[in-house]
Design a protein around this ligand. Sequence first.
Ligand SMILES: C[S@@+](CC[C@H](N)C(=O)[O-])C[C@H]1O[C@@H](n2cnc3c(N)ncnc32)[C@H](O)[C@@H]1O
Length: 324
Amino acid sequence: MTESGGTFSHRPVLLDEVLGLTGRDGERFWVDCTLGGAGHAMAILERAGDQARLLGLDRDDSAIAAATARLEAVAGDRAIVVRSRFSQVDEVVQERQYGRLVRGRYRVDGLIADIGVSSEQIDRAERGFSYGRPGPLDMRMGSEGETARELIERLSVNDLATLLWRYGEVPRAVRVAAAMKEALAAGEAETTTELARAIEKAVGSGAKRSHNPATLPFQALRIAVNDELGELERLLDQLPELLDMGGVGILITFHSLEDRMVKQRFAELTQGPVLPRGLPITGGRRANFELAERGAGATEREKGENSRARSARIRAIRRIAWEA
Ligand SMILES: C[S@@+](CC[C@H](N)C(=O)[O-])C[C@H]1O[C@@H](n2cnc3c(N)ncnc32)[C@H](O)[C@@H]1O
C-alpha cells in the first residue's frame, strides 16, 4: 500500500506483519505513536472495523496535518490526532481518558511505534536530513530544541566525536568531528551537502566504500538532535502499563541501537520476575507478557519495493497476565 494523499508521501513498512498482530473484532482502542502519513493507522482502523478507535501522535507538524486530513476522511471522530512526543504517550492517554479504565488507569488494545524518520522528512531538503540535496543544518523532527548546526557549534571536538561514535560508530570520529567544526567556523558548511563534502574531504572519498561517508555522521547527528534513544527508552518505560489484557505493543526500528533496546526490554518483560537465588520456586514464574513477534525483517520482495524497509525490524509483546 502506498500512501500519497495530499503532499505527504510515505509507504508504511512491514504492513502485513503489523496487521497480523491486530485483532479484528469489537470495540478496540489503538494508539499510533508515530503517525507520519497515517499509513499504518489507516490500515489498522480499516482492519479492525467500525468500532475501532485510534489515538495518533507525532511530533512533526507536517505529519500531523497530513494524518489529520487522511484520518478525518476515513474515520471521522473515531480518530484523535495530538501533536506530542511519544515519550509523553501515557500522559496524553490518561489526560484524555482514552481507552478502557482497568485497574485504575486507561489502557488500550494496541500500541504501535514505527520509529525513525519518514520518507517525507528525508525527501524534503529544507528539513535538513539529507546530505544528497542542499538544506539547512536542522534535522529536527519537531519545531523545538537545538538544530544540528547549534549542536555541532556547542560541543567540543571530543564531545562531538563521542556522539558520532556512540550513535553512528563513525570511523575516525575525532577527525570527522574536527572537520565538521572547522568547516562550520569557516562558513564552508552552510548546507547539508557542504557539510557532507567536508566530511568526505576529511576521510577521503574511498572508491570501494559501500555508502557515502556522511551516512553515519548524519545518522548520529539526527539521533542526538531528536534525542531518539531517550524518547524510545521513555516509551518502553510506559508501554507495559498502557496495555489491557490481550493488548499488543508493536515496535518497528531501523537501526541496531534501537533494536537492541527493544529486544532487551521485551526479554525482561516476557521472562517473568527474577527471584533471589536459592529461593524455592512454588507455583511457577509466569510473566505478564509474551513475545508476539521476535524481530522479523521485511521480505525480499518488500525490500525490493521499498528501500526504507531494508533495515526495519518488528518486535511485539502481548499482555497475558496482570501480576507475575
Ligand atoms: C517512519 S515515520 C511513521 C510512518 C507511519 N507509520 C506511516 O505508516 O505513515 C515516523 C514518524 O514518527 C515521528 N516521530 C519520530 N520520533 C517521534 C517521537 N519521539 N515522538 C513523536 N513522533 C515521533 C516522525 O516525525 C515521523 O513522522
